[in-house]
Design a protein around this ligand. Structure first.
Ligand code: HEM
Length: 211
């Protein structure tokens, strides 16, 4: 693992640990529930930051072009924590019963479907993040596929907005994540509408395609 990759992973783990300790010191929920909550917020934050770096590097190439090399491991860490959250929620909330998750008896049926779609898209992006996959797909097709990351963020937002009668939106964390996610999608749309050139740093392309 290269130093910038290690930095991205360590930073992601620190965000999770910080949120986990804030959670366990401020509520009396079981540990698994707090793992689920902390990993959910960490994952959403990491995915939003990863996606935000794209438009930021187009609006302010001088500042953000060189940070693009962090995207791969921030995104992969986001997927890891999304998976951890889904597993913790699956075991902790649904007693590992897949039929309960996707049955009409589940009051959170639609939020669960939105969450599952978001997770599946993230899985597809993680699975195609290797140098081998990029070469096979060709760089331009692969970049196009990466845009699905914004779709996954939209499904994740639908998931956390509607889960548990919108309880999460009553918290500062929920409102902040909603506003931040909205900013990310708007920034992307503005970058496309303005036709700004993609200033991919040479380092990012070199790191992504090295075998
Ligand atoms: C099959 C996939 C998923 C299932 C079954 C699921 C399930 C749940 C459940 C039961 C909750 C309520 C609180 C809890 O028990 O933790 C929740 C909250 C949440 N989920 Fe998911 N989820 C899934 C996917 C995702 C993904 C992919 C993300 C983000 C990347 C995400 C982000 C959130 C957020 C931000 C909350 C609010 C956390 C909080 O209360 O602090 N979920 N989810």
């Amino acid at each position: 693992m290269l130093p910038h990759e290690r930095r991205a992973v360590v930073l992601s783990a620190l965000v999770f640990l910080l949120l986990f300790f804030i959670n366990i010191s401020s509520n009396t929920l079981p540990v698994l529930k707090n793992v689920s909550k902390a990993s959910a917020v960490t994952a959403t934050l990491l995915i939003a930051v990863t996606l935000f770096l794209g438009p930021l590097s187009r609006f302010f190439p001088g500042y953000f072009k060189h940070d693009l090399i962090y995207r791969k491991f921030l995104g992969l860490s986001g997927f890891f924590f999304a998976l951890l959250h889904a597993l913790a929620a699956f075991v902790g909330t649904y007693k590992a019963d897949i039929f309960l998750v996707f049955s009409v008896a589940n009051p959170n049926f639609y939020p669960a479907v939105f969450g599952a779609i978001g997770l599946l898209v993230l899985f597809a992006l993680a699975a195609t993040s290797t140098a081998h996959a990029i070469k096979k797909l060709t760089f331009n097709n692969w970049k196009f596929l990466q845009r699905l990351g914004y779709l996954s963020l939209v499904f994740v937002v639908l998931h956390f907005v509607f889960v548990g009668n919108s309880y999460f939106l009553k918290s500062v964390a929920g409102q902040a994540l909603l506003v931040f996610s909205f900013m990310v999608v708007v920034a992307k749309l503005l970058a496309i509408a303005a036709g700004l050139p993609k200033e991919h740093s040479k380092e990012e392309i070199k790191h992504l395609t090295k075998s």
